[in-house]
Design a protein around this ligand. Structure first.
Ligand SMILES: [Zn+2]
Length: 392
């Protein structure tokens, strides 16, 4: 029955939907309103606590540290109304300490980058000078020695005088220094005799071309050579030569000059003399005995001094003077291979030809070579313009 009643009730309910639904809907509405009001009231409360926390409630500060930390400017302006001194000073002290650390790191970086920037610059400029010293090598294309005309070439009589020091040797000078020295007054006497007696100073190039090409030499030709390149050549010989209008050939030991040895001329002196017509030819780099030496060593000594002189005087020298007059076939072969035109020895003689061009003889002028002996040395004798009188 209850079932039916229930059914009946339910039936009634379903039948009388309007009446029941009105009251039900009201109840539900009131319930919803109640729940909503309680919900809104709660949210209002939480909002209020949030606002009060922002307004400076001490509990709110502790509760929301994240808020004040993320927005420090907002809290600072809100704080002013109450007693916010601690938080204000806290944020104030925080910002200044931040800026110095930032500026400290910024100043550190430039100084750190400046130091390595400065270091490479001197390294670069240090490596530059060597390349700057390279350019002055105007070695012209080597001119080969002209071959003799036909089957015949002249053998010519030309005195090649050999000097060393043109100065009075010091008191404690050894016998070699003394023997190799010609006093300036004696040198002037020699040169004056040449100038006043119709002699003409020529150079070794003139002699080669006269031999191979039968070019005419001037009357009474003579070649003045000075070995080693001592400084007194510039001080005592050069002014006399210039004054008398004479030329000379000076054989240089280039390494001694490069090292700045004060006993020898320096390059500015040599360049000045070269531009005034004095010839400069190689006498090796360090004046060693070249006989019995290896080929590479001979090339180093010969070519090294030749190229050094070429770099300073502007032409490639073609004559060599054997250091201490010592040489062998290997030295001559190197000279020929390097297109030298000839070489001079320390052996005596006056006649010079094509076949003996790497062993041309010279006349040694000594400390005690006074004028009478000098006149005999340069006497043309049975020759005219270097040629045998019967060859004319
Ligand atoms: Zn020498």
């Amino acid at each position: 029955m209850s079932e039916y009643r229930n059914r009946g009730v339910s039936l009634q309910k379903t039948e009388g939907v309007d009446g029941i639904s009105c009251t039900g809907a009201l109840l539900i509405l009131m319930l919803i309103l109640f729940v909503m009001s309680t919900l809104i009231g709660g949210s209002k409360e939480s909002d209020e606590t949030a606002v009060s926390a922002v307004n400076g409630g001490s509990s709110a500060e502790i509760a929301n540290p994240a808020l004040s930390a993320t927005t420090p400017t907002y809290t600072a302006t809100a704080i002013n109304t109450d007693t916010p001194a601690p938080t204000a000073t806290e944020t104030a002290t925080n910002t200044p300490t931040l800026t110095p650390t930032a500026s400290a790191t910024s100043t550190e970086t430039p100084t750190a980058t400046n130091e390595p920037m400065v270091v490479p610059i001197p390294e670069n400029t240090a490596t530059l000078p060597p390349t700057a010293t390279l350019p002055p090598t105007p070695t012209a294309t080597p001119i080969p020695l002209p071959t003799p005309n036909g089957t015949y070439s002249w053998t010519l009589k030309v005195p090649i005088l050999m000097y060393h020091y043109i100065s009075t040797p010091p008191e404690d000078a050894d016998e070699y220094r003394t023997a190799l020295s010609v006093a300036p007054e004696n040198f002037r006497e020699h040169m004056t005799y040449l100038a006043e007696n119709g002699f003409n100073t020529i150079d070794l190039y003139d002699l080669s071309l006269a031999i191979t090409d039968q070019r005419e030499l001037p009357p009474k030709p003579v070649i003045i050579t000075i070995d080693d390149g001592y400084r007194d050549n510039y001080q005592n010989a050069f002014p006399v030569l210039q004054e008398l209008g004479l030329t000379a050939t000076i054989f240089l030991v280039t390494e001694f000059i490069d090292q700045g040895n004060p006993a020898y001329m320096d390059w500015p002196m040599i360049e000045e003399m070269a531009s005034a017509g004095i010839s400069f030819e190689p006498h090796s780099k360090t004046h060693p005995d070249l006989s019995g030496q290896g080929r590479d060593y001979i090339i180093y000594q010969v070519l090294g001094s030749q190229e050094t002189i070429a770099a300073h005087v502007g032409y490639s020298p073609r004559y060599f003077a054997y250091p201490s007059g010592r040489y062998d076939d290997d030295v001559i072969q190197v000279l020929q291979g390097l297109n030298f035109w000839g070489a001079v020895t320390t052996m005596g003689g006056k006649w010079h030809g094509f076949t003996d061009r790497f062993e041309w003889t010279r006349l040694r002028v000594r400390n005690n070579t006074y004028l009478a002996e000098f006149i005999d040395l340069v006497d043309p004798g049975d020759s005219q313009n270097g040629k045998k009188i019967e060859d004319q």
